[in-house]
Design a protein. Structure first.
Length: 444
């Protein structure tokens, strides 16, 4: 897995991801504590609203950013967005009202909505070989997982000596460090694309995404991951502080258990994906999420919230969460030409976070008005819907060639030099605007 770090450009980008994630992890914990400080037991509702604002920014800004990512130098774009995020994080320790948090979070997450898919779409250009790219995806997932362990541990240590407001300063350091590492390397130039109108550029990634069966399945599995993830991220502070009566350090430890499970899966996935297709691995991960949430609901019903079962449940959810999300980059790379990758990665970013836009406020509202038992059960049901959607929408074998006919293309078009009827792996583009039907005379 570590062999991909011999590439200097990727190594610097990976380090940039790590330091930015550490800063973001400190901010996540600090935001939960800030919400509790400002609103007490209604912190779940406030934190759910904060995450909802984050998702609104992601869903609205990412497609626009993806449409224009090929128009600007990537290094300049990424560094500028990092500096914007650092400036916003610097303001967070000084807020005194919830509405101030809402405004700052919207600005910060709008910058992230432009940064993250552009960053992700750059990696396949640096590491075009699938085996190296797969290991880069696992390293990326591992970076998220290590952040989920190291950030809570670092936060727990810092909170023993300073106020949680100081954690936001770590976020500033992370974003500035990321900017310095990105500016230290040359990134591939954007691939020129055919001239298109604003509407066409803005919607192209989503149209490619929704026309590809495996990506429709991925979107459904994203819903399963979002349902379980929202329960962890929104409600951990309420379960630990209000239900169990424990302290701030235990909030960090619980989030660390989730990260530990995700890290275990990320370490195992490269070898597993070398011998197994993506589909059963990802659907199996979604099944773990459903079983874990249902088990925690039953335990909560019988015994109330318990510390050790909560830690075990969070770890298992972390394993399933990583199994669902880590291989997604492989599906996106396989489903788009290089010039369309920024738009397709932006579509994944926006559509997957549309799932979070549903689950974040739902999880906060459920635990506030109905308690943890109901919250666990409803989110388990929603996760099950996502899992079964993945089974239905994603065909078992969609990686091979497809017989199809191009009656719509004019004579002399380069794509039909070998004849109007032919067979090859399908990628949605200007010559293939929809997926072929499951018959040899399908017309595109």
């Amino acid at each position: 897995m570590l062999s991909v770090l011999t590439d200097r450009t990727y190594r610097h980008l990976f380090l940039a991801q790590i330091v930015a994630l550490l800063g973001t992890g400190l901010a996540t914990i600090a935001l939960g504590l800030l919400a509790y400080d400002l609103s007490g037991e209604r912190a779940g509702l406030v934190l759910g609203t904060i995450f909802t604002i984050k998702m609104v920014a992601y869903v609205g800004i990412a497609p626009i950013a993806g449409a224009f990512a090929n128009r600007w130098p990537r290094r300049t774009m990424l560094v500028s967005l990092d500096l914007i995020r650092a400036a916003v994080a610097l303001c967070l320790p000084f807020v005194t009202e919830v509405w101030q948090v809402y405004i700052l979070i919207f600005v910060l997450q709008s910058a992230s909505a432009a940064f993250t898919p552009t960053f992700q779409a750059t990696i396949p250009d640096i590491l075009p070989e699938e085996d190296r790219y797969t290991r880069a995806l696992s390293l990326s997932r591992l970076a998220y997982d290590l952040e989920n362990i190291i950030s809570p541990m670092l936060a727990a240590i810092l909170l023993a000596f300073v106020s949680y407001h100081a954690l936001f300063l770590g976020t500033v350091v992370g974003f500035v460090g990321s900017a310095l590492l990105v500016v230290s390397v040359m990134l591939p130039s954007p691939i020129p694309t055919a001239p298109r109108g604003i509407y066409d550029r803005t919607t192209r990634g989503i149209r490619i995404y929704l026309a590809t069966p495996r990506l429709r399945g991925l979107l459904s599995l994203n819903l399963a991951a979002a349902a379980a993830g929202a329960m962890v991220l929104v409600n951990t502070v309420v379960l630990v502080r209000a239900d169990l009566g424990l302290g701030e350090a235990q909030v960090a430890i619980a989030l660390g258990a989730f990260g530990a499970g995700s890290m275990l899966a990320a370490l195992a996935l490269p070898r597993l994906l070398d011998s197994r297709p993506d589909r059963p691995v990802m659907i199996g991960g979604a099944a773990l999420l459903v079983v874990s949430l249902l088990s925690l609901s039953l335990i909560s019903l019988i015994y109330d919230t318990q510390w050790l079962p909560l830690l075990a449940g969070w770890m298992i959810i972390g394993i399933g969460y990583s199994a669902v999300l880590t291989p997604s980059g492989r599906l996106l790379k396989r489903s788009a030409h290089a010039e369309d990758r920024p738009a397709v990665f932006a579509a994944q970013f926006a559509l997957s976070h549309a799932c979070w836009l549903v689950t974040y406020p739902l999880s906060g509202w459920l635990i506030t008005v109905a308690g943890p038992t109901t919250a666990f059960a409803v989110l388990a049901l929603l996760s099950a819907v996502g899992m079964f959607g993945g089974v239905v929408f994603w065909p078992q074998d969609d990686s091979g060639t497809h017989e199809h006919s191009h009656d719509d293309l004019p004579e002399g078009h380069p794509h039909i030099e070998g004849g109007r009827s032919h067979s090859h792996p399908i990628v949605i583009d200007d010559d293939h605007r929809q997926w072929p039907a499951q018959r040899s005379d399908a017309v595109l």
